[in-house]
Design a protein around this ligand. Structure first.
Ligand SMILES: *Cc1c(COP(=O)(O)O)cnc(C)c1O
Length: 225
């Protein structure tokens, strides 16, 4: 049994109040989410659409759900009606798809651009080259039913802190360059989502505005995602 409420209070005491804490509840039961909710926690992250759909109907409607895992185009329509933020947008085609589903129901959906910063090829995300190409051709700014609110990234899974620090620093630089070049007049473009249980301290030092924490809140997961 992990002390979910105690863990949340501890984490919040460790990070500046300006940094948002997203509680990553993937694989964890609804009862655990309720315990976290009762501490005042409102941002929750899930990485699978089906699991998110199953859970959200059993939980309070003022939870702000963040999708943090790779999203398939054919599942976009299920989450667009209620999702608070899609953090894991990793292709131009997916942006187009989210935009068209959001347009159908006259919603504007907050999205983060997931950028590939790790050395592992298995992780998802745009390269800066891809982003620059799409932004230069104004492809992205024509999508009026999405609001690009910043960037997200996952560092390499390694114990070498210098490596992690370098990758988070790179993500912050990517954010700044996108901001300066394309989002100067957008107040919405402000989030840098980086930092998980094993590396959130480094992420906060490097300028994270949003950390995504699972196991440090809910305990280790039985089976990995
Ligand atoms: C699972 C997951 C997390 C949380 O991982 P922990 O190490 O348990 O904190 C954060 N971000 C993403 C994208 C994840 O898939």
């Amino acid at each position: 049994m992990s002390d979910i409420a105690g863990n949340i209070h501890f984490l919040k005491s460790q990070i500046p109040s300006s940094v948002k804490l997203v509680a990553v509840s993937k694989t964890k039961p609804v009862s655990d989410i309720i315990v976290a909710y009762n501490t005042g926690q409102r941002y929750f992250g899930e990485n699978r659409v089906q699991e998110l759909m199953d859970k959200k109907d059993l939980l309070p409607s003022d939870i702000e759900w963040h999708l943090i895992g790779h999203l398939q185009s054919n599942k976009v329509k299920y989450i667009v009606p209620f999702i608070s933020m899609i953090q894991s947008v990793d292709s131009y085609n997916l942006l187009v798809k989210v935009n068209s589903e959001a347009l159908k129901i006259k919603r504007v959906v907050d999205c983060l651009l997931q950028i590939h910063i790790a050395t592992e090829e298995t992780k998802f995300g745009f390269s800066m080259q891809e982003l620059n190409e799409n932004m230069k051709s104004e492809n992205i700014s024509n999508l009026k039913n999405i609001r690009i609110s910043g960037v997200m990234g996952m560092a390499t899974f390694t114990c070498y802190k210098d490596q992690v620090k370098k990758e988070f620093g790179y993500l912050r630089d990517c954010f700044q360059s996108l901001k300066d070049n394309y989002f100067k007049s957008s107040d919405y473009f402000k989030e840098i989502s980086m930092g998980m249980s094993g590396d959130y301290e480094i992420a906060v030092q490097e300028g994270s505005t949003m950390i995504r924490i699972g196991s440090l809140i809910f305990g280790e997961r039985q089976h990995q995602e």
